[in-house]
Design a protein around this ligand. Structure first.
Ligand SMILES: CCC/C=C/C=C/C(=O)SCCNC(=O)CCNC(=O)[C@H](O)C(C)(C)COP(=O)(O)OP(=O)(O)OC[C@H]1O[C@@H](n2cnc3c(N)ncnc32)[C@H](O)[C@@H]1OP(=O)(O)O
Length: 319
């Protein structure tokens, strides 16, 4: 019954139970879309601007600059739909995630959440009913960010200015994080009176070696500047400004996109699996994975190119 009570979120829930499958996949027909044809992506979203700067690369930009890319109800649904679609899109090999305007993201849209509390949660007469509603809501929001981790293609976060609360949860689910010199990161939830619940507490300690620093950042809700974030290993590179960062992110994305998708996607799934399992389980996983993937044509193409010291990478087919 929860779904029927969550009026504003009903569509959200339904979308999640019925993920979109590209028509061409269903038909088994090779896509005729060219990369100059961006309509399929650009027309679909209200809070995201999705473009393809180069072949095989997709740039997803959060696009509510007037609200500092605060995450509202529409955003939670769109980011999930968008990354599920990308995951299944064989034309795409790498994704770049950034924010429009003066900062990456101010996190959860507080006004939106206040509306939800007033219109939904507070109307319920009993603690158990309120708790069930909130549990369902948190699970839905979590799934939105899980979609980036589950996306088969590597996701590169490019952060400028503030990255607050949900913004930190979001980039924690990305594969690679770059930022500008003026970037700052704030796990703000403690200041608002609750513990983060969308992945920061689960993912960052497994990403960053300095657990003491992670806890300091979380318990104090203080701003962590770009240099400090790099020092603790949360971001891998810091750039003087957004223009330079985006140019370097493009180069990184192009480099990854030129590699075998069998290899890159295999690495992503295995890295995520191994993070959540023992070494022994991770090694077993690789036996199973590579007993198939080592037979790929990509292994022959890649090995020949290396043996011949080829200057350009071979052409690897879509996966
Ligand atoms: C089940 C829930 C799971 C989710 C959990 C997520 C948790 C979180 O994300 S916790 C963090 C929440 N975010 C914040 O607390 C940040 C709030 N914003 C600010 O502190 C300031 O806006 C900021 C320091 C980021 C920037 O300050 P500045 O003076 O430069 O700009 P403002 O004039 O304040 O903001 C410009 C317009 O953006 C709107 N806005 C900013 N942040 C939010 C937000 N989080 N939610 C909604 N709207 C936001 C702000 O209202 C201004 O709009 P307008 O008045 O229309 O010009």
């Amino acid at each position: 019954m929860v779904a029927s009570v969550i009026c504003g979120l009903t569509r959200h829930v339904v979308t999640r139970t019925a993920p979109k499958i590209p028509v061409q996949s269903l038909a088994g027909v090779v896509s005729s879309r060219k990369f100059s044809e961006k309509a399929r992506y650009t027309m679909s979203y209200e809070t995201l601007d999705v473009t393809s700067p180069h072949e095989r690369i997709l740039h997803v930009q959060m696009n509510r600059p007037d609200k500092l890319n605060a995450m509202n109800k529409v955003f939670w649904r769109e980011i999930l739909d968008c990354f599920r679609e990308i995951s299944d899109d064989t034309d795409i090999r790498v994704v770049i995630l950034s924010g429009a305007g003066r900062m990456f993201s101010a996190g959860l849209d507080i006004g939106d959440m206040a509306d939800l509390i007033t219109s939904q949660v507070s109307k319920k007469s009993d603690v158990a009913r309120r708790a069930k509603y909130l549990q369902s809501l948190i699970a839905i929001y979590q799934e939105s960010f899980n979609a980036l981790e589950k996306c088969q293609k590597p996701v590169i976060a490019a952060v400028h200015g503030g990255c607050i609360g949900g913004g930190v949860d979001l980039i924690a689910a990305c594969d690679i994080r770059y930022c500008t010199q003026d970037a700052w990161f704030q796990v703000k939830e403690v200041d608002l009176g609750f513990a983060p619940d969308l992945g920061t507490l689960q993912r960052i300690p497994k990403t960053v070696g300095n657990n003491s620093m992670v806890r300091e950042m979380i318990y104090t809700a203080r701003k962590v500047e770009a240099g400090e974030a790099k020092g603790m290993g949360f971001v891998s590179q810091v750039f003087p400004n957004k223009e330079v960062m985006m140019s370097e992110v493009d180069k990184l994305a192009e480099s990854i996109a030129s590699k075998s998708p069998v290899a890159v996607q295999g690495c992503k799934v295995a890295l995520n699996y191994s993070r959540d399992h023992t070494i022994s389980e991770g090694l077993k996983f690789m036996q199973c994975w590579n007993m198939t993937m080592l037979q790929s044509e990509d292994v022959i193409k890649g090995s020949e190119a290396v043996a011949k010291k080829a200057e350009k990478p071979p052409h690897f087919s879509k996966l």
